[in-house]
Design a protein around this ligand. Sequence first.
Ligand code: 1PX
Length: 213
Amino acid sequence: STDDQEFCLREVLDVFKSCLTENKEVVIDNYVAGWRGLVRFMNSLGSVFSFISKDAVSKIQVMVNYRNGKNGEQYATIQSMVTYELESELVDLAKRGSFPESGCRTLLRLHRALRWLQLFLERLRTSAADSKTSVMCADAYNESLAQHHPWIVRKAAGVAFCALPGRATFFEVMNVGPPEQVVAMLGDALPLISEVYQVTEDLYAKHNLLNLP
Ligand code: 1PX
């Protein structure tokens, strides 16, 4: 479809860059839009990844619903969401109970996935022409998300990674230009993605939310 042709990873990563306000707040609309773009990219790689994108989409939808709900203003930024949900006692802190889909715990899952993205993109950026994307992806996963996933999910993720196209094809699907341009684009985007990650990480750490069930 024309949709696929117009896809460009640079635009997706630019959305993440636009997440941070001047006073370093993370805008949820942009954060969610960034994930939507990534999911679109992942879907274009094949149906093996659909169990992953399904979960991502359902988490994105939870956040969109909060934004469209009657307390939508409270969900403008990650900072305002954390303040609001904690003050209103809308978060299951120790074990899952009345609030299995709080904004805080839902966003934490995406936040952990953002760490995977950061590690994977950094590996892609510094990779040699003959590097295997499946290995880079698995290494990034094992260093991040895998620690939060049960065995069966890790197993399924490992199978999916094997279906990743090689580096050359992967770079082409990104639709950014020749490999040198992909590498340069990643070099531009990564510091900002890292900053979004770090700001969120610090906020969650400050409020003791990094292990929300
Ligand atoms: C140039 C690179 C761009 C690549 C874009 C790829 C976008 C990937 C989007 C992945 C989003 C994954 C969200 C996972 C959230 C999660 O951890 N969910 C689990 C826990 O949720 P719960 O509500 O139960 O506490 C849930 O169990 C997840 C299940 C699905 C499997 C998750 C495997 C994640 C692997 C991530 C790597 C994606 C590889 C794509 C290769 C392009």
